[in-house]
Design a binder for this molecule. Structure first.
Ligand code: FES
Length: 148
């Protein structure tokens, strides 16, 4: 067997070695760089944010939007009209959704149920009600924000 036939194989193995070493280095450096230069997304928006036109959420429907780093949920209830909550469950932070059939806000993780009218806990493990967001309608647009 001549030496020349081993060179392509050796070159190929060297290239694989470099590729794996580079990906390993990037896998380690990526999170470190992300720690020092975090995303500029605000934890919670400092002012009200627009979530759509006034008629964009018909009665009996809901919409989930990004609210800073967290999702917010707007529900147009038959009894109370538009209500908005932080959509993060107060138990272990799963994302809750409104179920129009049961008319409850449901957490899929541990069967937590909230009242869509005030965000209070109906049943399950959540220790506290959902955080209520303030809502206003200006010039035909719906705005949500926090009280603080
Ligand atoms: S995270 Fe919602 S009930 Fe556990």
């Amino acid at each position: 067997m001549d030496n020349a036939s081993h060179l392509p194989r050796r070159g190929f193995l060297k290239a694989i070695h470099h590729l794996l070493a580079t990906s390993g280095l990037l896998a380690i450096l990526g999170p470190i760089l992300a720690f020092f230069w975090p995303s500029s997304l605000e934890e919670v928006p400092s002012g009200p944010i627009s979530v759509g036109d006034e008629g964009s959420i018909p009665i009996g429907s809901s919409k989930t939007v990004r609210f800073g780093r967290y999702p917010a949920m707007i529900i147009n209830t038959e009894k109370k009209g538009l209500v908005a909550y932080n959509a993060v469950c107060t138990h272990f932070a799963c994302i809750v959704k409104w179920n129009p059939v049961s008319d409850m806000i449901e957490c899929p993780c541990h069967a937590g149920f909230y009242n869509p009218l005030d965000g209070s806990v109906i049943s399950g493990p959540p220790p506290a009600p959902l955080e209520k967001l303030i809502m206003s309608i200006e010039s035909g647009k719906i705005y949500i924000g926090t009280t603080t």
